[in-house]
Design a protein. Structure first.
Length: 113
């Protein structure tokens, strides 16, 4: 059986001394997975996420970023729109081999070209 390395990260975003947001993530093979456990968008998250995408591509050298958040949250439509605006697409395990089967989570992916 092939050994798989997983690296865990904790991303903290600040504007000056002001804490804006923090997210947990893991890199598995060439994909960064970010979980939004409560399914909401924190204030300033768009700018933070653009910074995270730059970091993921340049420093972590991943080829994909996958977001994971619970289905049926109050802000589900808002979250989907915000990340689609940034170029993410909703994905399902039937079409992407790097997301698990789940009835409780939505997955969105962004691929670097």
């Amino acid at each position: 059986m092939e050994e798989v390395e997983v690296k865990d990260y904790f991303f903290v975003f600040k504007e000056g001394n002001h804490h804006v947001s923090k997210w947990s993530g893991s890199v598995l093979q060439d994909t960064l997975y970010i979980e939004f456990a409560d399914g909401t968008l924190p204030a300033g998250s768009r700018d933070c996420f653009v910074t995270l995408l730059d970091y993921a591509e340049e420093k972590l050298e991943v080829t994909n970023v996958v977001l994971c958040f619970p289905k049926n949250q109050i802000e589900e439509a808002k979250v989907l729109r915000a990340f689609m605006y940034l170029g993410f697409e909703v994905i399902h395990n039937s079409t992407c081999n790097f997301v698990p089967q789940s009835d409780t989570f939505i997955f969105m992916a962004y691929g670097f070209e």
